[in-house]
Ligand binder design. Structure first.
Ligand code: PEP
Ligand code: MG
Length: 305
């Protein structure tokens, strides 16, 4: 079976009726890179950069980060690599951040909230990512966004970083900037957010947790955690439509993206990219290449509208 899948390497992820969707991989560590290449992902849709912080006992320096991002950029040789800026806090703790203990860490000081509260940490990471963008096709993505104001503040910081790099004569490339849509607020105002960024990537793990008000880490609630909940599917579809109205692309990088029971539905919605764990790339490509979507599109969409 694995051999059959390997014949799909180098082939496009395209439906029988010619709808193209990018099959990307998620990585949580540079050691996963080998798997990305072996499974012929068309890019990296989610590089969870927090491992760099979690594997260190002090703030990783710009130089340390630069080396890692440069290696990924070079290894992927011109394929898109989306680096998500640090998503620490909540379940992922690093002691040297000295974050206070919280009652509700999933709703607490985490991810972009830390970056906007402590901009020097954010700027160090952005400088490293921008410098590495001279060596490949890097994109940057911001987690846990809830408002337009946050995105505008981020873009100001990015402009500062670019100015500084220019003044120091440090090279950087063109870099796309996108956001994760993983809070209900972001999904609901995705029409406004789409005017601010180059792409969306839907984080269905957190989006489901916050939409259903169910702790994604609490196994006792597994029977209530309905990943196919109509509310989740509607939010995904709305987000895709709002992205397309502003001519930006929209992917899915949460677990749901690799749920092959939903692949046809995602194709019907017009999702542009699915980013899944490396081992799921070729099985997903197989399904996409065997699917015809146009004739059933309206009927499929009716199932959750
Ligand atoms: C998500 O929330 O769906 C996501 C992809 O990010 P993480 O699982 O790292 O929170
Ligand atoms: Mg998330």
């Amino acid at each position: 079976k694995r051999e059959l899948l390997l014949t799909l390497k180098g082939k496009e992820s395209v439906t029988l009726d010619n709808q193209k969707v990018l099959t990307y991989a998620n990585i949580g560590n540079s050691r996963d890179l080998a798997m990305v290449l072996q499974n012929d992902a068309e890019g990296i849709g989610l590089f969870r950069s927090e491992f760099i912080y979690l594997e260190s006992d002090t703030y990783p320096t710009e130089e340390e980060q630069f080396k890692i991002y440069k290696t990924v950029a070079e290894t992927m040789a011109g394929k898109r690599v989306i680096i998500r800026t640090l998503d620490i806090g909540a379940d992922k703790q690093a002691d040297y951040f000295q974050l206070a203990k919280e009652e509700n860490p999933a709703m607490g000081l985490r991810a972009i909230r830390i970056c906007l509260t402590r901009p020097e940490i954010f700027k160090t990471q952005l400088r490293a990512i921008f410098r590495a963008s001279a060596y490949g096709r890097l994109a940057v993505m911001y987690p846990m966004i809830t408002s337009v104001a946050e995105v505008r503040r981020i873009k100001e910081i990015v402009e500062e970083v670019k100015r500084e790099l220019q003044q120091e004569n440090l090279a950087f490339g063109e870099i796309e900037q996108g956001i994760m849509i993983e809070t209900p607020a972001a999904a609901i105002i995705s029409d406004l957010l789409a005017k601010e960024v180059d792409f969306f990537s839907i984080g269905t793990n957190d989006l489901t947790q916050y939409l259903l008000a169910i702790d994604r880490q609490n196994e006792e609630l597994d029977s209530f955690y309905d990943a196919h909940h109509t509310a989740v599917l509607r939010m995904i579809y709305q987000t895709v439509q709002n992205a397309h109205k502003e001519n930006i692309w929209c992917g899915i990088c949460g677990e749901l993206g690799g749920d092959t029971e939903l692949t046809r539905l995602f194709l019907a919605m017009g999702v542009d990219e699915l980013s899944v764990s490396p081992g799921k790339v070729l099985p997903l490509r197989k399904i996409i290449r065997e699917t015809r979507v146009e004739e059933d599109r309206e009927k499929l969409l009716q199932t959750f509208l």
